[in-house]
Design a protein around this ligand. Structure first.
Ligand code: FAD
Length: 216
């Protein structure tokens, strides 16, 4: 379950507006972005989940509207350009939501496309160069994220713990093993994992190492 707080005291209601997303496995279905769900269909999957800071069952129950979004796989395109028309972002490379890449790659597209438009007076040339600079890299990410991607970690942890709570993630998934997986992912998206080559990678501890900065 992913929970995004959107606004406090929304429209002076005294209530906070929260967006939440839950993901379940199922058969792949047709693309439909308007299928409304009943919270009662979702609650059973979370009826044993207890969080100290949130009543998850009540959160689901109180939802104003709930939509069912199918995860569908799209094959990478052979080109994003047709003359003076160009695709970028999700229109060019809708990808499975693995590893938080959709928006990142859309932003990189925008940057590279802007650079090419500044460089060339003729948009058609800029589009072809943009396509050449970005498509192969992004298609590689799209292809790799068609399966579990680096979220294989979630399955490994669930299998090793039999789905039971645990105190220390590193007793379940040792640092070196996690780093191996994270590093493969970083290499795929073209960003070396900080500290990996020097044997100083932090595994799951990145957040802890930076937490002093965040709270200061
Ligand atoms: C629930 C959810 C969670 C996500 N979480 C993450 C995450 O954690 N990290 C991440 O990197 N990515 C995430 N993504 C993916 C990310 O949101 C997309 O990859 C990203 O928004 C793509 O940006 P875009 O500009 O290409 O398309 P969009 O953001 O879809 O923008 C397209 C815009 O075009 C408008 N539009 C459509 N048709 C027309 C028309 N005919 N005329 C005028 N306007 C039109 C739409 O209204 C929309 O505003 C998530 C997506 C979803 C649905």
């Amino acid at each position: 379950m992913i929970i995004y707080p959107i606004a406090q005291n929304f429209e002076d209601s005294g209530l906070d507006l929260i967006n939440w997303v839950v993901e379940t496995n199922g058969e792949e279905t047709v693309e439909d972005w308007n299928a409304v769900a009943d919270p009662e269909e979702i609650i059973p999957a979370f009826d044993t989940l207890k969080l100290p800071f949130l009543d998850v069952q009540q959160l689901i129950q109180d939802a104003r509207e709930v939509y069912l979004f199918p995860l569908t796989r799209h094959f990478p395109l052979d080109t994003w350009v047709d003359g003076r028309v160009v695709l970028l972002g999700d229109a060019a490379h809708a990808m499975y939501p693995r590893g938080g890449n959709g928006i990142t790659q859309a932003m990189l597209d925008a940057r590279v496309l802007t650079e090419k438009l500044i460089e060339h007076g003729d948009p058609a040339t800029a589009f072809v160069e943009f396509d050449a600079a970005r498509r192969e890299i992004v298609n590689r990410i799209t292809d790799n994220m068609r399966g579990e991607g680096y979220e294989v970690i979630r399955r490994m942890v669930a299998e090793r713990t039999d789905g039971k709570p645990f105190d220390d993630i590193e007793t379940v998934l040792p640092l070196a093993e996690a780093d191996e997986i994270f590093s493969r992912y970083h290499a795929l998206v073209g960003a070396p994992r900080p500290g990996h080559d020097a044997g100083e990678a932090t595994g799951f501890r990145t957040w802890l190492e930076n937490s002093e900065e965040v709270t200061a």
